[in-house]
Ligand binder design. Structure first.
Ligand code: BGC
Length: 676
């Protein structure tokens, strides 16, 4: 649109809003996104540190790791001169084909809300603001600008909105970004229900609502229904909040009080989080990229999920003479997700670029080569690379190798969903051919979310490495060789087929531009494992699943009700031969009361144990997770009765143990406090 960026803005960044220098109010310099300081495409990209994808960080189940990653990217954001980081993506995974699942925290409101909340708090510890986004129900990219998501209030409050609410409570974000789509007939950025009622009134949000880029559609409805700031004006049809807003105030369509409220809402977090007292001033030289890379690497190492490990094929022995590394450009680097969140690597991209030349491309590989990291650990071995494009040639290499590491990937990106859950580009055939040639086949996956694995029974081991970030190659090699014991657990169900999903076919796919489709979230709050439980579907891998090179015993489960709150205590023992981490998961389930599905995740604890060591841990269940939301009273109602408290290592754990507690009828307020 021939729009010229303001001279004061930072080149190839997401946004800029004028401050009021006369009053000492700084400008807002805005950068994407959740995994690091992104650059919009163009000649002058910033090299920054990329964390693993958001779903990877959720797979750590570790709030400290999430906070540390947030603090790190926030510090880079600040050093680049940004005081608003457009991070905090927490749209729960209703749709495993959503192209942006890699940016989010998985399918469970508690896990996603806690992890993303910790990241937001970490970012904001740098005297900058983070957003929380995309508010709300932007759960697929197909027709994201026009689709209407249909869901009832109670289901919404117990699923998507609960994840956002928990992230808001944990992270206290200065700003919330409303999403592109419509919700129950209204654009999210002009939805009185979402903005005024739920966010500002019920959750007590004091900061400002900014629109997503191109998500403002009006002046008067948007202003009166709760939008405080129009973002990315060139993406909208008009400058709705410029002269048009002034006129609307002069005409009385928007009150002066509301205009003051908008300004106050922007200013409040600017003071609260130190943007005014500790203004940003760019100092890129102060960034310690090496140290930051190690923070990203730690996140990746905590996030990699060991899905299968027959006959202890992993960790890899160092005596293999011939190691084959196949596919996914593993010779040059590791994949990243695409779109506005794209972080460009420090020192330039790895030797390969693919995908679309422009947004949401290019398809980037970070120059952290798994193959080089493998070779560095197997100095006596001959490591040979095959690009995997010809399954026959790859199989021939596999046949003459002692062990095969086949890398598969799935590039996902903003603005497009994947057509199905199969790996693209014939990679299933590649894995099958390789596994047929050599049973010692290890599959290393870099995907945006769940994928199908038709070859699963024929391979020896599988690692899900997500998009592992700046130091991903190193993290993968360390897990392969056992320098790091894998401890990631799935933050989302991996379905056995698309037919198990609430929507076997993705609504609106393939996309007809601007089609005003309706997506009916008929599954209500039964998202992910809750849906699978309800329907009795057996997934490929359940929510919460993840193996280790060690073994753990969960036991001594006790649950008590204290002041109406359920507290579960238990022990975790490392019964294996190596140090490792287990994620103990506590699920809650009513015996008689009816919920949207049989059980919910009520709490979790990741524990680090030396071989033979044991520890005790406990979790207190947020009482909102024990009730059903009641729209009329805006409270959660806990029904009197028995409730099963289960200690498990994943959502379908046959070794899980349970105890029962009795709860009296109770009411829980919006903030999760028992009121009677
Ligand atoms: C995305 C947002 C992003 C914004 C600014 C939009 O396309 O949906 O997540 O923050 O662009 O780049």
């Amino acid at each position: 649109k021939n729009f010229k960026r303001p001279a004061e803005s930072i080149t190839q960044s997401a946004g800029f809003v004028y401050g009021v220098p006369r009053l000492g109010i700084p400008h807002l310099w805005e950068a994407d996104a959740g995994v690091g300081v992104a650059s919009q495409g163009g000649p002058d990209v910033r090299g920054a540190t990329a964390l693993p994808s958001g779903i990877a960080t959720a797979a750590t189940w570790d709030l400290k790791t999430a906070y540390a990653g947030g603090a790190m990217i926030g510090s880079e954001s600040r050093a680049f001169g940004f005081n608003v980081q457009l991070a905090g993506g927490v749209n729960i995974m209703r749709e495993p084909r959503n192209g942006r699942n890699f940016e989010y925290g998985g399918e469970d409101p508690l896990l996603a809300g806690k992890i993303v909340g910790a990241q937001i708090a970490g970012i904001q510890s740098n005297n900058i603001v983070s957003t929380l986004k995309h508010y709300a129900f932007n759960n697929q990219e197909t027709n994201r600008f026009s689709l209407d998501a249909k869901i009832d209030d109670a289901s919404a409050r117990m699923s998507d909105l609960l994840a956002l609410q928990i992230a808001k409570e944990e992270g206290n974000p200065g700003s919330v970004m409303c999403s592109y789509n419509r919700v129950n007939g209204f654009y999210a950025c002009e939805s009185d229900y979402l903005l005024n009622q739920v966010l500002k009134k019920d959750w007590g949000f004091k900061g400002w609502v900014m629109s997503d880029w191109g998500a403002t559609h009006s002046t008067v409805p948007a202003a009166n229904n709760g939008l405080d700031q129009q973002s990315g004006i060139p993406f909208d049809h008009s400058e709705y909040f410029g002269a048009a807003l002034k006129e609307a105030v002069q005409n009385g369509w928007v009150s002066e009080a509301r205009l003051d409220d908008m300004a106050r809402r922007v200013l409040h977090p600017m003071f609260e989080f130190g943007l005014v007292d500790n203004p940003v001033s760019p100092n890129v030289k102060s960034i310690n990229f090496k140290a930051n890379g190690l923070i990203s690497q730690k996140d990746a190492e905590e996030s990699i999920v060991l899905l299968k490990n027959d006959a202890n094929l992993l960790p890899m022995a160092k005596f293999y003479k011939k190691i084959a590394v196949i596919g996914s450009h593993a010779d040059v680097g590791v994949l990243s997700g695409g779109g506005s969140s794209q972080v460009y690597p420090v020192g330039g991209v790895a030797g390969y670029r693919g995908g679309p030349a422009v947004f949401p491309g290019p398809m980037l590989y970070y120059p952290s080569s798994p193959m080089k990291a493998i070779q560095a650990r197997a100095l006596e071995s001959k490591v040979t690379y095959n690009d995997g494009t010809d399954p026959k040639a790859a199989a021939a290499l596999a046949a003459e190798s002692d062990i095969v590491l086949v890398f598969v990937n799935q590039w996902t990106a903003e603005s497009m969903d994947v057509p199905n859950l199969s790996l693209p580009d014939n990679q299933d055939d590649l894995v099958s051919a390789v596994a047929k040639a050599n049973s010692k086949t290890v599959v290393v996956m870099q995907t945006g979310g769940p994928v199908l694995m038709p070859w699963l029974s024929s391979v020896g081991a599988v690692l899900e490495a997500w998009y592992p970030g700046s130091n991903g190659g190193e993290a993968i090699a360390r897990v392969l060789f056992g320098e790091v014991n894998p401890s990631g657990h799935l933050p989302a169900t991996f379905p056995a087929s698309e037919s198990q999903l609430p929507r076997p076919v993705l609504d609106g796919y393939p996309e007809v531009k601007d089609a005003r489709i309706t997506v009916n979230y008929h599954e209500g709050a039964a998202v992910g494992y809750k849906w699978f439980d309800l329907k009795g579907h057996k997934p490929l891998f359940p929510f919460g699943y993840g193996l280790s090179y060690s073994d753990f015993a969960l036991g001594d489960l006790k649950a008590e009700v204290k002041n109406g709150l359920v507290n579960a205590s238990f022990s975790v023992k490392n019964t294996g031969a190596v140090a490792g981490k287990e994620v103990a998961q506590v699920y809650v389930a009513p015996v008689t009361a009816k919920w949207e599905s049989p059980k919910r995740l009520g709490g979790f604890q990741k524990v680090d144990l030396k071989p033979g060591a044991s520890t005790t841990a406990s979790v207190t269940v947020d009482p909102r997770l024990l009730g059903m939301y009641d729209s009329a009273s805006k409270t959660w109602k806990i029904a009197e009765g028995d409730y099963k408290v289960t200690l498990a290592s994943h959502a379908m754990d046959a070794k899980a143990t349970s105890v029962t507690v009795h709860l009296s009828a109770a009411t829980v307020d919006m903030q999760g406090k028992l009121v009677k």
